[in-house]
Design a binder for this molecule. Structure first.
Ligand code: ADP
Ligand code: MG
Length: 683
């Protein structure tokens, strides 16, 4: 059996220098090498006749050499080399620059294949800087050529030949990873063929079959991993049956507003889950401001009145404090005690809280990841609510859940995720959606503008701040960076604003590299109205509520995903004031313009998310990186929805017949999941 974990240095053609270059591409082992999939392919397999050539295309021609290579010297040491070639439909001039070695490569009257970019001016056909082969030698032409992603100093030719050598080393000795019955049923290509054909396909049809196989495998592995998590919750454990006689309607009737239909529907799901013996594992999705918090308050009421404690985990101290206010406002009148537990608390106070928690005197404990600490002990933890889940990984969720006896879990997120993606990212959870905002919300006006409007944007900020409002300005970078010289950075912009543009106001900045305590202080001061303009990275994305802030400016908006822009926009429009989202973008690309238009015209987060996925592909989809799941190496959730559906059907079937993957026929699947996810879960 071939050792896939062996260092790539044993592959022919990989010298010490190349080892380092390969490392930069994340290629350390033989396995990394052969799964370094091409980004694209060039079809150099079908020659065209010269008269068929089109200006601007890249093409292959099969021609006879009709002249010597002539040299034209110009500028400093620059040489242009030209040669005439011909087929039975016309002539073509081949041009190179400085590549003087081509001079002795050709013989008049002999046949060659050239592949390169065509330009046609005044009927004169030219091909510049082509690759070529002598007739019968198919090294650079005559086939479909893989193009690899960014390879720094390694040329495409070099990496191609290294991969070719890697494949030779493997020579069909890979062990199949998908069970035979699945390969058959879904007509999938076997591993050894697929790994060769994905790099060097002989036709696009073979390429598609090879790719589909890997997509299938990748998606199946993730789905099975999620399903094993889910089946653990579903079947094996008994949870808590909360009291049927505790009526959520008692709190609902005490509220100063009427819940929306969507909130009521979601609460019904939750109520059912809570009364069921099976532990709840539910994802609550809802746009910013859709009123998720009140839903969790009502669930906590049900838990408390049934004799159980609730833990609420927020991603930041500010949010935890915000929740604390809202929870006590509603629940205290029912004799339910809420307490806050934060990282930097005074020792004495902290000890008191922990003591009361352990003795069951506290019903609802609200905090940050401080709740995860070992000495935090509940007496009867029955409900866990995590807010804005993408800040917490799956593992942390498991950690807090472990503090209770199979408590119910409610995960809340304001990241609207298209259904297909939700199934992948949260396949282990049931999903409820609040798809409606409370009535009488003022629509946030969104204006995409180009950079030359900067001064007007600043005047607009000034006018609003003078009226007592506050503004956020978001930049993509923390500090100036040569590599992205066109991008605005938080520190420089804040300084410029403070010293030259808005000296009469207080401008502060906020970014992720700052200490949590500093961030909290700045945020608190902004909340208290002591800071007028807050320049920040996307750290302010999560649930912060400053009703007095009514302007969100995003610099280099073209840099951000739509879903992310939508989240940023949700920071304003939280009070009584008309709010604005100003997207300053650069560049003329059609996609950028289209995306800006979507932002202007759509205020529904789910539609924004769908469009985002459509325009960018899932690889870049905002957030996948943060969800504690691996990024996909080859699958694109938008393009591969069809395969995903097949995989989901198959997963369901396996879930029914062999949930722990113990049957012999599923041994390979067990291995797949173990290998990829052993550090995250165990079956
Ligand atoms: P989310 O967490 O979903 O972004 P919140 O729960 O913070 O939204 O709710 C935003 C605001 O709307 C809160 O001030 C909340 O009290 C209020 N709210 C929630 N539901 C309703 C409703 N049905 N009608 C009116 N206001 C509501
Ligand atoms: Mg919230």
């Amino acid at each position: 059996m071939i050792d896939l974990k062996q260092s790539v240095q044993y592959v022919k053609g990989v010298g010490p220098n190349n080892v380092l270059l390969l490392q930069k591409l994340g290629i350390n082992t033989l396995e990394d090498l052969i799964t370094f999939f091409p980004r694209n392919y060039e079809d150099r397999s079908k020659p065209k006749k010269i008269y068929e050539l089109v200006d601007g295309e890249e093409a292959l021609i099969d021609v006879v050499c009709a002249s010597k290579v002539s040299e034209v010297r110009f500028a400093r040491n620059k040489v242009m080399l030209k040669m005439l070639v011909r087929d039975d439909t016309g002539d073509c001039v081949i041009t190179w620059f400085n590549q003087t070695y081509v001079k002795n490569q050709f013989k008049i009257g002999e046949r060659y294949q050239f592949y390169g970019k065509i330009s046609i001016k005044y009927g004169r056909v030219e091909m510049t800087k082509p690759v070529f082969d002598k007739e019968g030698l198919n090294k650079n032409t005559g086939k479909i050529i893989p193009i690899y992603p960014l390879t720094y100093k390694l040329s495409q030719n070099k990496i191609r030949s290294i991969i070719e050598n890697g494949l030779k080393l493997i020579s069909d000795k890979l062990e199949e990873t998908i069970p035979e019955y699945i390969l058959k049923q879904y007509n999938l290509m076997d591993l050894n063929t697929a790994i060769k054909k994905i790099h060097f396909p002989d036709s696009f049809e073979t390429y598609n079959k090879a790719r589909t196989r890997f997509v299938f495998e990748e998606l199946l592995t993730v789905q099975l991993a999620l399903s094993s998590l889910k089946s653990r919750y579903d079947k094996e454990v008994d949870g808590i049956k909360f009291d049927k006689n505790v009526k959520m309607s008692d709190v609902i009737n005490s509220l100063p507003f009427k819940l929306t239909k969507a909130q009521l529907r979601v609460l019904e799901d939750i109520d059912n889950d809570m009364e069921n013996i099976k532990p709840m594992n539910r994802l609550l999705q809802g746009d910013v401001g859709s009123g998720k918090t009140i839903v969790s308050i009502i669930a906590a009421y049900k838990a408390a009145k049934s004799g159980y404690q609730t833990a609420i985990m927020a991603p930041t101290a500010i949010l935890a404090e915000q929740h604390m206010q809202e929870f006590s406002k509603v629940l205290e009148q029912f004799g339910i005690r809420c307490e806050l537990l934060l990282g930097g608390m005074r020792v004495k106070k902290r000890r008191e809280v922990l003591e009361d928690l352990k003795n069951g005197k506290i019903d609802v404990l609200i905090g940050t990841h401080a709740l995860l600490v070992e000495d935090v002990e509940f007496s009867k933890l029955g409900l866990v609510v995590t807010d804005e889940q993408h800040r917490f990984g799956v593992r942390q969720r498991a950690n807090i859940v472990g503090k209770g006896m199979n408590p119910d879990v409610l995960v809340m997120t304001a990241t609207p995720i298209p259904r297909t993606l939700a199934l992948i990212l949260y396949g282990d959870l049931d999903i409820s959606i609040i798809d409606e905002l409370p009535p009488n919300r003022k629509k946030i006006e969104t204006y995409p503008v180009t950079k030359n409007m900067e001064t007007r944007v600043q005047e607009f900020i000034r006018k609003n701040v003078l009226e007592g409002r506050q503004a956020y300005v978001v930049c993509p970078l923390v500090e100036e960076n040569e590599e992205f010289e066109n991008y605005k950075s938080v520190i420089e912009l804040a300084e410029k604003y403070q010293t030259t543009i808005f000296p009469e106001f207080r401008v502060e900045y906020l970014h992720g590299k700052m200490k949590q305590k500093e961030k909290d202080e700045i945020m608190q001061e902004f909340k208290d109205g002591k800071i007028q303009i807050l320049v920040s990275t996307t750290v302010i994305e999560v649930g912060v509520n400053v009703p007095n802030a009514n302007i969100m400016v995003v610099e280099n908006a073209e840099h951000f995903g739509l879903a992310q822009l939508h989240q940023l926009r949700g920071r304003v429009g939280r009070g009584e004031y008309q709010s604005y989202c100003i997207l300053i973008y650069e560049g003329n690309s059609k996609t950028t313009k289209e995306r800006m238009k979507i932002m202007k015209e759509t205020d529904n987060g789910f539609i924004v998310a769908e469009k985002d996925l459509e325009l960018r592909g899932s690889g870049e989809f905002f957030g996948t990186r943060q969800h504690g799941l691996p990024e996909f190496k080859i699958a694109n959730l938008f393009e591969d929805v069809g395969t995903l559906k097949e995989v989901q059907k198959l997963t369901l079937k396996i879930e029914e017949t062999d949930p722990r993957l113990e049957k012999e026929e599923n041994e390979k699947l067990h291995k797949l999941v173990e290998e990829k996810f052993s550090n995250r879960i165990s079956i």
